[in-house]
Design a protein around this ligand. Sequence first.
Ligand code: AMP
Ligand code: MG
Length: 399
Amino acid sequence: MEDITLEQAVELLLRHSPQPQKEAVPLTEALGRIVAEDIRASFDNPPFDRSPLDGYALIAADTAGATAAKPARMRLAGEECAGDFYADRVHPGEAVRIMTGGAMPQGTDAVIRQEDVQLAGEEVLIPYPLRHHENYCFAGEDIRRGAVLVAAGETLTAARLAVLASQGVASVPVWRRPRVAVASTGDELVMPGTPLTPGKIYNSNLFLAFGRLRELGCDVDVMGVVPDEAEPAARRLAEKSAWADLLLTTGGVSVGKKDIMHDVVTYMGAERLFRGVQMKPGYPAIGYRLKAAMGLALSGNPFAAYATFELIARPLLAKLAGRKETSLPRRRAVLLDAFPKESRGRRFVRAFYEEGRVRLPEQHASGSLFSAAGCNAFVDIPPGTGKLEKGAEVDVVLL
Ligand code: AMP
Ligand code: MG
């Protein structure tokens, strides 16, 4: 398809891309991953009734009527530290020294804090009466067997890892990270760290793509620069198609002499899904599929590459990552700065959004990326819009 809307391009990519894949990973590798299945508690936690403090476990009824002047006297029958298990039954008139987290010995139903008792030989003196279940934690108080610990689609945070660990879960079913091979085309490009010679520029798009992909939780193969010649570029990209879920390139998509990506798609034997997306910047983007891998060839202009990455690639990456929500959030907002250009076609302008208001940086040419670094949104200007005044209401896409 040619010359399609952004929404159509995204829909084609979502429709033709494979379903996300599951894998099981150990807890130490699961932070930040998206859970692929509901994970339920397999037992009540804590697994036994236990003491919430360091003290003495006893039978509350034994302490009825106790006062400081006339304390109830219990025989100290034994001691239980956390991790021990006091197997004997506790009889009326006995107390067991217990530490925080210790299992309540059979027969006991309350705990008195250590600081409140006095010891006299083999006896513990209790200066006040305790209620049934005073200072007493019940099994299952934290988590009930069968409760959903982490739901499918939720991201694993440190707290969720701890909850899973408390249930003895050692490995978690998560969605496999999307695998993306990323390359730049352009014989003018030089990698940072190499001296710049006349006519050359440093490759910045590669680092934008690399950084955003990693921020979004992808596995990234940074291929570097592929030559501005269709056959060798096609060979290098095709080599990655067995591993990658997405082949992502920037540059070489418009109509210049070295705009090789149209031929690259043909040489690889890929199925082209679209070319030309009705948006400025980034119109010449190409979407394709090579066996199980999806391909996106984005414009090389740094801001165009950025905008199309966010608006076209991100929904696809969200699907591949197993996210339920693939579209970016949108808001209506009031412009705090005028936008002096008319927009014949649909245009995306970098912006900073905060609480219903949106600011525009001074520089917004598509060859410039500098001012995008402080932005967190795009204003989505519909086709046929005149100059925008301060105070105008606009649609904003949040990044
Ligand atoms: P192209 O899409 O290949 O026609 O490139 C459009 C413009 O973006 C040209 O000015 C290129 O030099 C520039 N450009 C292309 N790729 C990159 C890149 N990886 N990093 C920085 N600028 C680039
Ligand atoms: Mg180029």
